[in-house]
Design a binder for this molecule. Structure first.
Ligand SMILES: [Fe+2]
Length: 327
């Protein structure tokens, strides 16, 4: 049994090269800008009562600095630190106030080589859910999940379930029934994090929740009208896996953002993970459309929390990089 309580995915910290362009793009999605200066933009969705769920930092190169999970209490942070240290996994404590609006946090490299952070407290901000007068674009409501491309999905699946207390909602079986992709959750939705087979560690996308499918369409219209149509990479469509309505976008630095609506409740302990075959044409897109190659090949490189440098990529354990479509 784990002795700490991870609540949910909380925020991503992305490095971007041109804050003005980023500002225009994320503004078109309907994010609320909580705070900004010449080096940073802090964004939140309309229903979020915390300071931000996306922190864009101006840097020379695009990268993922860290993905962050919220835990229940300060004691949970101490318990997590003890757990990681028991595994000879070095943690970095970031003191309260050293990051804008955030209490103390700990950063660690997970077994996939992903930079991960845990925090208990973040400053609050006005919840804008009923400020319909400021709704615009895709009307992003809240952060929903991270999706990461890693070389050993089955190892990631086992570690997050056995050691960190996540549960699996759905998974994809690949060669010899090995797990090719897995959707894992702490909050009672389909996922807080998904892992998929590929050269990694890399961040594939950050998913944000919308109130309805029409908001995705409104987002496409708004983006196209603002000149961002080339950034619409895949969709809109219906996922087989997760049942969500989706749209994938590339921001001005190539970071992938998913707009996501319509998954389901996974709170019950007797919920049985749903298996999909990698080659099932309805797995990715219920309507049978193929995803473009860029969706399988391109992703955001990640920084090591200790050195601050980019991690090298390892080849995946499973050879299949994408499904074979037999239809
Ligand atoms: Fe996703």
């Amino acid at each position: 049994m784990v002795n700490f309580d991870i609540i949910r995915c909380g925020r991503a910290v992305l490095h971007v090269t041109d804050l003005e362009k980023s500002k225009e793009f994320y503004d078109a999605l309907g994010f609320i800008e909580t705070e900004a200066d010449s080096e940073n933009i802090f964004l939140r969705g309309l229903e979020e009562h915390n300071h931000h769920s996306l922190w864009l930092k101006k840097k020379a190169e695009p990268a993922l600095e860290v993905i962050s999970y919220k835990v229940r209490s300060e004691e949970d942070l101490d318990a997590l630190a003890g757990f990681f240290e028991s595994q000879q996994r070095q943690v970095i404590w970031m003191e309260a106030g050293s990051q804008n609006a955030l209490g103390r946090s700990l950063r660690v490299m997970d077994p996939n080589g992903l930079p991960v952070e845990y925090y208990a407290r973040m400053d609050t901000a006005e919840r804008m859910l009923q400020r319909y007068d400021v709704y615009k674009g895709a009307k992003v409501q809240r952060i929903d999940h991270f999706n990461c491309m890693v070389p050993d999905v089955e190892g990631a699946h086992n570690y997050y379930i056995d050691e960190l207390g996540f549960a699996c909602s759905e998974y994809t079986a690949g060669e010899e029934e090995r797990i090719w992709a897995a959707w894992l959750h702490r909050k009672p939705s389909v996922h807080d994090v998904a892992f998929m087979n590929g050269p990694g560690p890399r961040l594939h996308h950050v998913g944000f929740w919308l109130k309805d499918p029409m908001s995705l369409i409104d987002g496409c219209d708004y983006l196209a009208a603002k000149g961002f149509a080339p950034g619409i990479e895949r969709g809109p469509g219906r996922h087989g896996l997760s049942n969500a309505f989706f749209l994938y976008l590339r921001d001005p630095d190539g970071h992938r953002i998913e707009l996501y609506n319509g998954d389901y409740l996974t709170s019950d302990p007797d919920f049985k993970p749903i298996r999909w075959d990698l080659n099932d044409p309805m797995r990715q897109t219920f309507w049978g459309h193929e995803a473009p190659d860029s969706w399988f090949e391109e992703a955001t490189e990640v920084l090591d929390v200790h050195s601050g440098r980019k991690r090298g990529l390892e080849e995946p354990l499973l050879k299949k990089r994408k499904p074979n479509f037999v239809t």
